[in-house]
Design a protein. Structure first.
Length: 420
């Protein structure tokens, strides 16, 4: 049996922890640059707001209903997620973080000594007492069914936060009532294909024969069918290497000067390199793109991109940033108001084994690798971008994203600790 612990409206719930007066009131969290709504409470949904709404288009609703608005603070949310994971690991032996607000618990063998529903009720209560974050729990023989169970636990209060699918009757009932488009593993194209064959519910899909499913779908579709029938086969513990890593932002204010663009590209290149090292991989190509504001038709429009391929694949921040800045120099056009830039890393492979090149000009790769290890260690301990390249700049710059409603980092910065 598996349990999926899903934090309810996680970003909003974290904000409410540090602003207790918001309980029962509409709350939304905005995307980077305070652009769109990325998270909202049920009370905010009741006001007519939806995820993805541009905030400038719904200002009337926000002001009329007194909706409380916050900027995204991923550092704060990640710190709270870490606390919840710590509580789970003290309660269950095998815990796997699936996302910042979801974790799977392997409950194999626990049924011999515990009532699984009561066990997860206790875990849920412990999380509430220690963090004040509400969670919904689904318990089932497969991870796909556990995710379905967590949705029911969130939707229906009668489950008291924990929905257990442990019998054939419960499984069939859950699949009959659940929406096919919300099933984990069924994307848009798969949904269109299922509808084409007249399959309108998860139960109808699960009742298809194995031979029919294998004849019409690829491996992911077959795995979903098996999981819906109570046969576990999806292994989410394997860490897949991202084949593409991209960091890009829309600027808080438009910029036209090259130094400002260089600072943004250098910062994004450093973030990409950090992600690359965190997954133990290297890249073969870096691409840089810049673009003007396409919504300002009164201004000259321009967008372009350039790429650079390394002789030897790398994850070195210095090497990647230098290549990115060369690309920027090739595509920069003066007197254009730029609104966005970005860095993309491709041709990503595992760090070892590494294919060297006869004409490689970097003769100190071992020392540079150690330098990157120290850099990551300091930034992990003292905060992101504590150490960075001088070209990124230090003070607040025009290209930095807007975050006018961001909460302090209560859990990770001693200077911003909550004051009572």
């Amino acid at each position: 049996m598996y349990a999926l612990i899903d934090c309810n409206s996680f970003f909003c719930s974290v904000e409410k922890v540090f602003h207790p007066g918001l309980e029962g009131k509409p709350v939304v969290v905005l995307s980077n640059n305070d652009g769109c709504i990325v998270a909202l409470t049920p009370e905010a949904k009741a006001c007519g707001l939806h995820r993805g709404d541009p905030i400038f288009k719904v200002e009337g609703i926000v002001n009329h209903f007194g909706v409380h608005v916050f900027s995204t603070n991923m550092q704060l949310y990640a710190a709270m997620s870490s606390r919840i994971t710590s509580i789970l690991r003290k309660s269950v032996l095998h815990v796997e973080n699936y996302s910042i607000d979801e974790s799977f618990c392997d409950l194999q063998g626990y049924e011999r000594n515990y009532n699984l529903t009561e066990l997860m009720w206790n875990v849920r209560e412990r999380i509430r007492l220690c963090t004040d974050i509400p969670v919904s729990v689904g318990v089932a023989p497969t991870k796909t069914l556990a995710k379905i169970g967590s949705k029911f636990a969130k939707k229906y209060s009668g489950y008291k936060g924990v929905c257990t699918i442990d019998t054939e009757e419960k499984r069939r009932k859950a699949l009959e009532l659940f929406s096919l488009e919300d099933v984990w593993g069924i994307g848009r194209k798969t949904l269109e294909k299922l509808c084409y064959y007249g399959i309108g519910s998860p139960l109808a899909f699960a009742e298809k024969s194995e031979s029919w499913v294998k004849g019409h779908f690829t491996k992911p579709g077959v795995q979903t069918w098996l999981e819906l029938n109570g046969i576990p086969c999806i292994d989410t513990t394997e860490v897949a290497i991202n084949k593409t890593i991209c960091t890009s932002r829309s600027f808080g204010d438009m910029v036209s000067e090259l130094p400002a663009l260089r600072a943004s590209v250098a910062s994004f290149a450093g973030s990409c390199a950090n992600k690359l090292r965190s997954q133990g991989s290297v890249c073969g190509t870096v691409t840089v793109f810049i673009s003007s504001n396409r919504f300002r038709e009164d201004l000259p429009q321009y967008s372009n991109a350039a790429s650079y391929s390394f002789l030897v694949s790398t994850s070195d921040t210095l090497e990647i940033t230098e290549a990115a800045l060369h690309c920027l120099a090739d595509i920069y056009v003066p007197n254009i108001k730029y609104k966005k830039s970005g860095v993309i890393l491709t041709e990503i492979t595992p760090e070892a084994p590494l294919q060297l090149h006869l004409f490689d000009t970097n003769t100190r790769r071992k020392e540079r690798k150690e330098l990157m290890r120290v850099l990551d260690g300091i930034n992990h301990r003292y905060g992101v971008k504590t150490l960075r390249l001088a070209v990124e700049g230090t003070s607040r710059q025009a290209w930095h994203v807007k975050c006018e409603h961001r909460s302090p980092n209560y859990l990770t910065n001693i200077d911003e600790i909550l004051t009572v």
